[in-house]
Design a protein around this ligand. Structure first.
Ligand code: AMP
Length: 213
């Protein structure tokens, strides 16, 4: 089963993807993570995208489609597309790529949230640099002993683009370029809404209900 988690920045896509990886053995394909890795390892592509990402703009369709193509051509199934597709061109490309490797898209899960919650979540968020566990200063603070509750490492990071200015651009990019995908997948009969504002377990329960339906 292959699914898309769709929602604005801070909707909880990464957190829910990790739960699906742990609980169902699915594979998370986060273009944001792939781009950050490219940036941190200083590849040519990483240098090209660093500035665009810091501003909160979208990198080119060509680059992200290339990243996803590589992953799909490497084989496997049970993919969670997290942060991809973000434009209609990417959505078309994903359909074509899946068809090329003989796979299909089973569900598109749209996470329903409101913008105030997003700003609060994003400006308070940090992650474990070792395992990717997500923390929030208010709802899930870093443990008092400063060790990750998942892996024990003490290497917490805040994303360079998790500031109010980038976030404003990221939200605008979402509403201008990504939210049309809601109509696109609705028209294809693949869109399912899940409330994204509750406790993490409630949200994952909503997603599980869709996947098991
Ligand atoms: P994310 O981790 O999904 O919030 O992505 C972080 C940043 O990476 C975004 O603000 C974009 O600059 C870039 N990015 C990630 N995925 C895509 C995509 N599918 N298309 C274009 N840009 C992307």
């Amino acid at each position: 089963m292959n699914i898309i988690l769709l929602g604005p920045p801070g909707a909880g896509k990464g957190t829910q993807a990790r739960i699906l990886v742990d609980g169902r053995g699915m594979t998370q394909l986060s273009t944001g993570d792939m781009l950050r890795e490219a940036k941190d390892s200083g590849t040519e592509m990483g240098k090209v995208v660093a500035d665009v990402m810091a501003k909160g703009e979208l990198v080119t369709d060509e680059i992200v489609i290339g990243l996803i193509r590589e992953k799909l051509e490497a084989g496997g199934t049970g993919f969670i597309f997290d942060g991809f597709p973000r434009t209609l061109a990417q959505a078309d490309a994903l359909g074509d790529l899946l068809a090329e490797v003989g796979q299909s898209l089973d569900h598109v899960i749209a996470m329903e949230v409101n913008d105030d919650a997003l700003v609060q979540r994003i400006t308070a968020r940090s992650t474990c640099g070792n395992c990717g566990e997500v923390y929030n200063d208010i709802t899930k603070p870093i443990p008092a002993d400063e060790k990750c509750s998942n892996c024990g490492a003490s290497d917490f990071k805040r994303r360079a683009d998790d500031n109010e200015e980038s976030l404003r651009t990221r939200l605008m990019e979402y509403y201008k370029k990504t939210s049309p995908l809601l109509g696109y997948y609705h028209a294809k009969g693949q869109l399912r809404w899940v409330p994204g504002l509750g406790e993490i377990d409630e949200v994952s329960g909503g997603i599980a209900a869709v996947l098991d339906s």
